[in-house]
Structures are given as C-alpha cells and as structure tokens.
Design a protein around this ligand. Structure first.
Ligand SMILES: [Zn+2]
Length: 283
C-alpha cells in the first residue's frame, strides 16, 4: 500500500457518443433521440468506488446532468465531488472566449441547481486547452472555479500543452487563482506517456500502469486517473470511425473492470477538493 502522495480518481460523466466531432460524435440536435448507457456505466463505477471506499471527482457534462439529474444527486450522496465537464462537450480551442464563458457558466449553474452546492472544479472535453486559448484560466476564475484538470502535459490529438510541471500547481489569473491538476504522464524510452486513463489505461498492461504509478509516487507526484462510464460497460453501441480512431476508442474494453479494481486497491485516493484541503493546505 502506497500512502503518500495521495492519488486522485476522476470520472468524466458523459455518454458513449461523446467522443469529439472528429471521431464521429453526433450533433447536439440528435442527442435526445439516441439510446443512453451513461446510467448503467456510471452506477457500475459508483459501485466499484464504494467497494474500495474511494471518493472521486465526477466531471459531469451539463447536458447529462440536465437529462439525468439523479446521477448528480447519487454521486453527491455517496460523497463524491461534483465537477463540470462543460455543457455540450465542445472542444475549447474551437470556441471563442465568449462561447466558452457561456458553455462553462451554463454547466456550472445547472450542476449547482441540482446539487445545491458550489461546483468549483472543471475539466475540458478531450483536454482541449492549448496555447491558442490564453483566456482559459481567466474565464474559469471569472466564473468562480477554483481548480481545473484539463492540462494534458504532452502533445496529443486534441491539443495538449507541453510542460514539465506535472504536479498540482497554482495558476494566477486576473480574477483569481486556479489550482491545476495535470493529467499524469511518466517517461518510457525517453518520451512522456500517459498510462492512467481512457484509451491509455485500456491499452497498457496493468503491471506497466502500476509500475508507472509507483514511479510517480516515489517522486512525490500524485497520479491522476480518469475514466468514462462507457469504458466499464463494454456492450455499449459502437460509433463508425476510421480504423485508428476505432482502435483508440474501443481497444481492450473488457480489461477495464479488473484494472480499475487493482488500481483502486493500490493507493489511497482523494478528490481534487480534498487534495487542495489536505495536501496543499490552501483552502
Ligand atoms: Zn469528455
């Protein structure tokens, strides 16, 4: 059992078709007509977290919260932190500053109305915060967020922001400070790679994931894990996409349950809010 540093487990609460436009995400106008598996997947994740007595930060898409408000209440009842994943899963660098402000504010208000609590943590769809969105943190601070987990510290399909700063750290914007929780990466053959969420977690063997997790822990870096409800519900409908995107979206779906079980037992976990309170001692 690794005691320090605490790790962070997060869920992006969205449906199976929220895969970004480039990978075949249907337009928002069609969403209401589509079958949904978010309840099945999310409840399965909540059960797994309960079994392992782990509290997570759940980044809800505003659209999902609106359609399934009981999921927000259920997560809250079980002691998890409610965060925002934006309103309509829009890529940040494809929005103007004003569009981002509105999308972000809508999701925050919906989540606060449902939960009756302040929602203070944000994660952008597809980690799409980049150097072309210099207003990103300022907008979050203006709206009243105090933390974010959108920084993917290496280049990837939908952005990424190359930096060596992979520990939680403070960003000072004009309207306030934001605590950034970067997505974890670890070096393999001289290249920083993520092993700890989504397609990366499905692709790499459990032994490698746990080895890299321990490596970060020894350096005092908390590992940030992330997963989506569809990934624990392998029978969800498949979208049409090219071979490479299909591989990334659906590889090793059946490995997720057992990998998560082992990961959740490998460390002690806190939410982003708890990490700020207990580890950074700043709130
Ligand atoms: Zn997402």
């Amino acid at each position: 059992m690794v005691n320090n540093p605490k790790s962070i487990f997060t869920i992006d609460v969205e449906d199976y078709y929220h895969v970004t436009e480039e990978r075949g995400e249907p337009p928002v106008s069609k969403w209401d007509e589509l079958p949904s598996i978010v309840e099945k997947g999310f409840y399965a994740l909540l059960e797994l977290l309960d079994q392992n007595q782990v509290k997570a930060t759940c980044f809800f898409l505003g659209y999902i919260a609106n359609r399934f408000p009981h999921l927000v209440r259920e997560a809250q009842k079980r002691g998890h932190e409610i965060g925002s994943h934006g309103m309509y899963h829009r890529i940040i660098y494809k929005m103007s500053r004003d569009e981002f402000y509105q999308d972000c504010l809508n999701s925050k208000q919906i989540l606060e109305d449902i939960s009756g609590e302040k929602v203070e943590c944000f994660r952008s769809p597809s980690f799409s915060f980049t150097t072309s969105t210099p207003w990103f943190y300022e907008v979050l601070a203006q709206i009243g967020f105090v933390s974010d987990s959108s920084l993917f510290p290496v280049k990837r399909d939908f952005g990424g922001f190359a930096t060596d700063n992979i520990k939680p750290h403070w960003i000072t914007a004009e309207s306030g400070r934001i605590c950034e929780f970067p997505i974890s990466v670890a070096p393999l053959f001289g290249k920083d790679i993520c092993f700890f969420g989504g397609g990366y977690l499905r692709l790499f063997p459990l032994k490698v994931i746990l080895h890299m997790h321990r490596k970060l822990s020894r350096q005092g870096i908390p590992t940030m894990f992330y997963i989506h409800p569809r990934e624990i519900y392998p029978q969800h409908p498949r979208l049409k996409m090219n071979w490479s995107n299909y591989f990334k979206a659906y590889v090793n779906m059946h490995s997720v349950q057992s990998k998560l079980q082992a990961i959740l037992q490998s460390s002690s976990f806190v939410t982003c809010h708890e990490y700020m309170r207990t580890e950074l001692k700043e709130i």
